[in-house]
Design a protein around this ligand. Sequence first.
Ligand code: SF4
Ligand code: SF4
Length: 93
Amino acid sequence: MALLITNECINCDVCEPECPNQAIFLGAEIYQINPDKCTECVGHFDEPQCVQVCPVNCIPVDPAHVEDRETLFKKFQRLQAQAKAPATPGVSS
Ligand code: SF4
Ligand code: SF4
């Protein structure tokens, strides 16, 4: 599952630099998680790093993005491949 930041977030900025996938970003009002990038830290750590550091426990699993560990690991592999790939291919003319 990807995780979700609830509106209890106090914008403390602690979680964003801890995410190994750069999935956390500051939204219009509070921090948010991009479910396409969140692997629940699978592939990097045993536990979700954002949950470990959040002082107000406002990062539950996102019921709209239920994924098993194998799916999360495939997402991790895809993100790794994208990170290693050269710049975004341009549109050929
Ligand atoms: S669980 Fe891990 S990958 Fe997902 S947002 Fe938190 S730190 Fe990032
Ligand atoms: S650690 Fe928790 S309270 Fe702090 S910015 Fe992240 S989600 Fe919000």
